[in-house]
Design a protein around this ligand. Structure first.
Ligand SMILES: [Cu+2]
Length: 221
């Protein structure tokens, strides 16, 4: 008996040691498998949230505006907007795009009266900030519009975009089309820099009224 006890103790110790090693190994394996599973789940979550934040882009969007003048043309807007005869005015003065969008701006003007740029605003007869540095006027690409033919501008200083809009020929419309890429998120005021309004400087009335010769472009991130 005196020799048996130590040997059985040794045996039990050995069994215990084996059990500890096996169970320990199992534990590590379980932990490793759980860790890997967690990692895979986290990666999958990251992928899901990343793809949720990124709808199919880049995309091309078109924003259409009109420049209306006179009571007849703006009549349908008077009731819904300001209740007074107040032209000229841009339609669709507030619009939103996304960062990365290629934006096609299409402006059709009914205004036949030029409003030449004066003083420091003469520089707004140049096309700025568009793809290729051009706009088309009734389909013909141009980089500038002669100052004495400018009737309005569509200018977004915060984006560096400037589109001079020439006066339409009598009884006609003129259509300006340009493309730009929205690169920075934010809300940017646009305005017309041609003195097409009222008052001594022709910068009053619609020129000073949000929704007429000024509005906002929102670029969503
Ligand atoms: Cu104007």
């Amino acid at each position: 008996m005196s020799r048996r006890e130590p040997s059985s103790v040794r045996l039990m110790a050995a069994v215990l040691a084996v059990l500890v090693v096996v169970l320990g190994g199992l534990g590590i394996s379980v932990a490793v498998v759980a860790g890997v599973a967690d990692g895979v789940r986290a990666a999958a979550n990251r992928l899901t949230s990343a793809s949720a934040a990124l709808p199919a882009r880049p995309r091309t969007v078109t924003e259409q505006m009109q420049i209306l003048t006179g009571t007849v043309q703006i009549e349908r807007h008077i009731v819904t907007r300001f209740g007074q005869d107040f032209g000229p005015m841009y339609t669709h003065p507030f619009w939103s795009v996304h960062v990365g969008d290629t934006v096609v701006v299409r402006i059709t003007s009914y205004d036949t009266g030029p409003a030449p740029l004066t003083g420091s605003q003469v520089m707004y007869d140049r096309v700025e900030g568009t793809i290729g540095g051009v706009e088309t006027v009734d389909g013909a690409p141009v980089r500038t519009v002669p100052n004495d033919e400018v009737a309005h501008t569509f200018t977004v200083p915060g984006i560096g975009l400037n589109l001079p809009i020439p006066a339409a020929a009598s009884g006609r419309t003129v259509t300006v089309v340009a493309r730009f890429v929205a690169r920075r998120a934010g809300t940017f005021v646009w305005q017309c820099y041609a003195p097409c309004g009222s008052g001594p400087t022709m910068m009053g009335g619609p020129m000073a009224t949000m929704g007429w010769m000024e509005g906002k472009v929102q670029v969503l991130g």
